[in-house]
Write a protein that binds this ligand. Structure first.
Ligand code: ADP
Length: 475
């Protein structure tokens, strides 16, 4: 190895990928990573004369999604890569000529659709081997670009169709799910607006109805709303969603479907009326009928659920009749609405969460309760793992979401001796457990569902330097 053959690069450098039509992209030099990666979104497999290719989008300029490039490359492999957060994901590997300063050589790149630690590109060890030395204390040793130069390099590329204006109607902007939905929408070129339920207010007026946000700005010009509603805000949020709906703004889940899903008794009635199997369930207002209620659900052990409970908080297992009677009567004396339900012992503390979008199960996980606990909720310490569900379970999940009218739903299923049973359907299903366990980009699927419902298609026009125009339509 002769030192003179090596070039010295800093901790970050500008690169170009002529074959991918990328004139400039900032690479973070990451000698801790073996392979290099590029942050790609909307990755689609394509077949080119029998060869496997991928088409993907890149936002080459960090911190701005102003510029979107659609690139195509031949797939040379698929590889399991462990990301910095420890999640393994299967990635496409492509090969491309990389230019850096006055040098160029061919490197392998994995297409990272999520984890790039905020960088557009990471340059790993393999691509640097026997060619470069890194001087981590410095950056852009092979040249830096001014903002004007970047504009010049990218002036031939213009996104002619602007994105949608999508409001995420929720409470906590820091929640993983809300962050992911915001991120996925921006990634696809939409304007994402976080709307705190508490800060929205409305004007009911037959000629000029409105929804406004704290400070007085109008929300009437949104294209769509993604409701992510906390249970205790269901009433007000549903009123807001009704108002948005009357303004012609598309809501990812309607207010009717949300309020049905939030009422465990009503949704259980809808399930049984529509032939959807659920655990045998009893409900009574008066404490006088407690013992017959217990008999109706085949006696103890049985499960008692607060009608308004979530995340397993209001769910109690009564091991014997005496315990059942006392818990039921105690709840009733507090005027709490409760359901009494047959205990599905054979489920052994496991349940299945199916994430349904537009009539399709897009991901499913099994949740398993910690030892000594029967509730599988992740909030109760349950562990998530990937599971392949049966065709019958898929059908059941899709039907349960349909009966409530939900476009987006988390359907909880429990496996019993008499087949799968629906436990409940959640209209604001969490993304963290299911995305982390399956590695799937569920947030992006939620955004594409909205695009589909609104008939929106992304159009990118790319003017090459020679004035050749390529119009690309992507879905
Ligand atoms: P929540 O809406 O609070 O999550 P669920 O009805 O989904 O309430 O119940 C929470 C958990 O308790 C379920 O995920 C499941 O693991 C367990 N569970 C609920 N009902 C039953 C039942 N009838 N038999 C056995 N386990 C149950």
């Amino acid at each position: 190895m002769e030192l003179k053959e090596h070039i010295i690069i800093g901790g970050a450098e500008w690169c170009a990928f002529p074959n991918l039509n990328i004139p400039a992209i900032k690479a973070r030099v990451d000698s801790g990573a073996k392979t290099s990666s590029i942050h790609a979104s909307n990755i689609q497999k394509i077949n080119k004369k029998g060869e496997k290719w991928v088409s993907f989008e890149v936002h080459p300029i960090q911190d701005t999604r102003r510029i979107t490039l659609r690139c195509e490359a031949k797939v040379i492999a698929q590889r399991i890569v462990k990301s910095s957060s420890g999640i393994s994901e299967k990635r496409y590997v492509i090969q491309s000529l990389m230019k850096i300063g006055n040098y160029q050589w061919s490197i392998e790149l994995t297409l990272a659709n999520r984890d790039s630690m905020g960088f557009c590109m990471l340059l790993g060890r393999e691509a640097m081997e026997n060619r470069v030395f890194v001087d981590p204390a410095n950056s852009f040793l092979l040249g830096n670009y001014s903002e004007e130069k970047i504009d010049e390099l990218y002036q031939h590329i213009k996104d002619i169709r602007s994105g949608l204006r999508i409001g995420v109607l929720a409470s906590n902007p820091k929640l993983y799910s809300n962050q992911r939905i915001m991120e996925a929408g921006k990634e696809r070129g939409h304007e994402m607006i976080f709307l705190n339920v508490d800060q929205c207010y409305m004007k009911l007026d037959s000629t000029n109805p409105e929804v406004r946000y704290r400070g007085g700005s109008s929300l009437n010009n949104l294209d769509a709303i993604i409701p992510r509603i906390k249970p205790n805000l269901t009433f007000y949020s549903c009123a807001l969603i009704r108002q948005f709906d009357s303004l012609g703004i598309f809501c990812a889940n309607s207010w009717e479907s949300i309020s049905k899903s939030r009422d465990k008794l009503y949704s259980s009635q809808l399930f049984s009326q529509n032939g959807i199997q659920i655990p045998i369930t009893g409900f009574a207002k008066s404490p006088l009928d407690t013992s017959d209620l217990i008999n109706m659900v085949k006696g103890a052990p049985l499960v008692i659920k607060l009608l308004e409970g979530t995340q397993g908080k209001g769910v109690v297992l009564a091991e014997n009749t005496k315990a059942a009677e006392s818990v039921i009567n105690a709840f009733k004396s507090l005027h709490a609405n409760i359901l009494v339900q047959e205990f599905i012992k054979e489920a052994a503390g496991k349940d299945i969460r199916c994430f349904v979008i537009d009539g399709k199960v897009v991901a499913s996980i099994q949740r398993e309760a910690v030892k000594g606990e029967f509730r599988a909720n992740l909030h109760q310490g349950g562990k998530a793992s990937v599971i392949k569900i049966t065709a019958e379970e898929k059908k059941l999940a899709v039907k349960a979401a349909k009966v409530l009218g939900l476009h987006i739903a988390g359907v909880d299923i429990i496996r019993s001796n008499r087949g799968p049973l629906v436990l409940e359907v959640n209209s604001s299903p969490g993304l963290e457990g299911i995305e982390k366990a399956t590695g799937k980009d569920i947030a992006a699927l939620m955004i594409t569902s909205i695009e589909r419902q609104l008939g929106w298609q992304r159009e990118l026009i790319i003017r090459l330097p020679e004035n050749e125009i390529i119009l690309q339509e992507t879905h």
